[in-house]
Ligand binder design. Structure first.
Ligand code: ATP
Ligand code: MG
Length: 593
């Protein structure tokens, strides 16, 4: 049992000015956290208790899938990072320094190199595989913009795990186990989350999922299906070809298609016609001026990219998603061409570009394929072409999914309705393949004595970020409403006036009783005004509160209050501990996997 009078939980009334999100504000106000430098914190006693509870759940679930706990160093020699090639590739987030002998080191932001080095030294035979190692360890990333408290710190605890398998099949199985462990972990913390596809690799479905806690303050925009479990980053969400193209299903749904030169059946015969469109540049202006449906306008966007100039075509009803363009091209960067470059590429000012006769590499979004006959820029000032038939009048290099998803679009898995929300990325599972094991020669001998490269996966959860995300999702105007599985304490016992002997005796009694049953009791024995004690209890979010006031105790009663619902029960003193114990049990059951 912890006594508040002997504890360090310095609550404050003031809202700290530099704390932008509610979890950061409440962690400071509840005395869980104190800043030392930007993105670097002291964890106060109650704050550390929360982190330890998160860690306990992580350990139980990692151990449950047979992962072995290790502890790797925070200080990592540069040699390992040079072997993987990341010493040069990783940016300024990697904090580098030298020791007295001028040897280079970094503070590990993640530990693929160290763990691959460990495994290549210790694993020789297929008999030792599969092997999954994990640790809960202090990471350092010199984030450009540390903010939101533990949400994006520079020094933070991460649970990172790494799986090593003999082959792809094994790696898929390790990934699946870890994915399921992650689902249990976040369910046990009582969080509303989605596992979203972070990378829509074409082979074997997604090879990476991010676990997102749904919260308005989240930095990531995600889409999720109202009918199935599909979720994705907005940037990566697959778009179904629009309805009109469903007759072309054999071309492979939303996946990339090859060049499509066959004219669309039923297309208008003849040539595109040039029409004057003085000063009309935008989709709205052109479609209004020509009295056409914006969906039949073939919008042409010119990009400068690391692999050269590219024109992207898309229906006027849609927007291009630059990340999809970048991924499709395999480019390091893509950026919209400025006015001058557009003139060089098309011979016309921007707003009049079109694919017909355009001497630039052209790729079309799937939406263009459903345009039987459309309008587009004529590559000439103040002119557009109409009766333009894709495949006849121009042939894009490929049709691909390049458009940005919109709220209400159909789900690519089940056709249900997609919704937008914000998410906090609390976990990430990733199939690495042989990227590190190949570069660092983590090999084993198979049954036939042949040397093979291990197949890896990596899996991370931010401890502090998860605690912060839990607050984002569980708070009210008075403070934190901890899910009991990660609350610093389970029951707060408040003797309203510590100078009253009967009150104090009843409080001590119920606190000792619960303590003996293994309940984590926080005993507010401070000589403070009742209002302050109640406010602090609400602020710090302890799930169950027992209040012992003078009148109630004299009448043989105490009060139990549920922090979440606010429901208050008046219970005879002899039953007080039983009732509180039952409520704790009920709350724990709500946090079951
Ligand atoms: P982000 O895109 O938010 O920077 P990331 O993709 O860099 O995250 P990973 O490298 O996958 O994150 O790290 C695994 C987990 O570590 C994340 O899911 C998150 O919970 C946590 N994490 C990452 N960066 C931070 C940070 N700066 N502060 C706190 N936790 C972090
Ligand atoms: Mg990051």
């Amino acid at each position: 049992m912890i006594r508040y009078s002997r504890y360090l939980m310095p609550t404050t009334k003031e809202t700290p000015s530099d704390a932008e999100v509610v979890s950061h504000r409440l962690m400071l106000r509840a005395g869980l956290l104190r800043k030392v430098a930007s993105g670097i914190y002291n964890y106060m006693p109650a704050g550390l208790r929360v982190l330890r509870k998160v860690e306990r759940i992580l350990r139980e679930e990692m151990d449950g899938v047979g992962a072995l706990e290790v502890l790797m160093p925070a200080v990592v020699p540069s040699e390992l990072w040079k072997e993987s090639g990341r010493w040069d590739a990783y940016g300024k987030e990697l904090l580098r320094f030298k020791d007295r002998a001028d040897r280079e080191f970094c503070l590990g932001p993640t530990h693929e190199e160290v763990v691959t080095d460990l495994v290549r030294r210790e694993v020789r035979s297929y008999r030792q595989l599969p092997l999954t190692l994990y640790q809960i360890q202090d990471k350092f990333r010199d984030e450009i913009r540390p903010r939101f408290g533990l949400m994006r710190g520079r020094e933070f605890f991460m649970k990172d795990a790494y799986s090593f398998d003999a082959d792809d099949e094994g790696a898929v199985e390790s990934y699946r186990k870890m994915y399921e462990a992650y689902c249990r972990i976040f369910r046990r913390m009582g969080l509303d989350f989605r596992a979203v596809e972070a990378d829509t690799g074409s082979i074997g479905g997604s090879s990476s999922h991010e676990f997102m806690v749904i919260a308005d303050s989240g930095e990531d925009a995600i889409v999720s299906c109202a009918s199935c479990s599909y979720g994705a980053n907005v940037e990566k969400a697959e778009c179904l070809p629009s309805v009109a193209t469903t007759t072309q299903k054999e071309s492979g749904g939303a996946k990339e298609g090859g060049p499509c030169s066959a004219p669309v059946p039923g297309a208008t015969k003849g040539e595109p016609r040039k029409v004057p469109t003085p000063g009309k540049r935008t989709v709205e202006e052109v479609s209004a001026f020509l009295s056409i449906d914006p969906a039949t306008l073939i919008k042409t966007l010119l990009f400068e990219t690391s692999v050269g100039d590219v024109a992207i075509l898309i229906s006027g009803a849609h927007e291009v998603n630059e990340i999809k363009v970048k991924n499709h091209l395999g480019a390091d960067y893509v950026r919209l061409a400025g006015e001058e470059r557009v003139r060089e590429m098309t011979g016309a000012p921007s707003g009049f570009a079109g694919p017909v006769g355009l001497p630039v590499r052209t790729i079309a979004d799937l939406s263009v394929r459903s345009i039987a006959s459309g309008a587009t820029g004529a590559n000439e000032k103040d002119a557009h072409l109409v009766d333009v038939v894709p495949g006849r009048d121009f042939v894009p290099e490929a049709y691909a999914d390049l458009r940005g998803i919109r709220e209400g679009d159909p789900c690519p898995r089940c056709g249900g309705t997609l919704r937008f929300s914000r998410g906090i990325e609390v976990g990430h599972v990733f199939r690495l393949g042989t990227k590190y094991s190949e570069a660092m020669r983590a090999v084993y001998l198979d049954e036939g004595g042949k040397e093979r490269v291990t197949v890896m996966g990596c899996y991370g959860i931010g401890v502090g970020r998860t605690a912060a995300a839990a607050i984002e999702q569980n708070h009210d105007g008075d403070g934190i409403v901890w899910p009991i599985s990660i609350a610093p304490f389970e029951v707060a016992v408040i003797p309203v006036n510590v100078k009253q002997v009967d009150v104090m005796a009843a409080a001590e009694h119920v606190a000792a009783d619960l303590d003996a049953r293994g309940v984590e009791v926080f005993f507010d024995d401070r000589e403070e005004r009742p209002g302050i004690k109640f406010k602090d209890a609400d602020l710090t979010g302890i799930p169950v509160r027992i209040t012992l006031g003078e009148k109630n105790v004299a009448a043989g009663f105490g009060e139990i209050r549920d922090r979440k619902t606010g429901e208050t029960l008046r219970i005879p003193l002899p039953e007080l501990a039983d009732e509180a114990f039952a409520l704790v049990g009920k709350k724990k059951a709500e946090c079951s996997p």
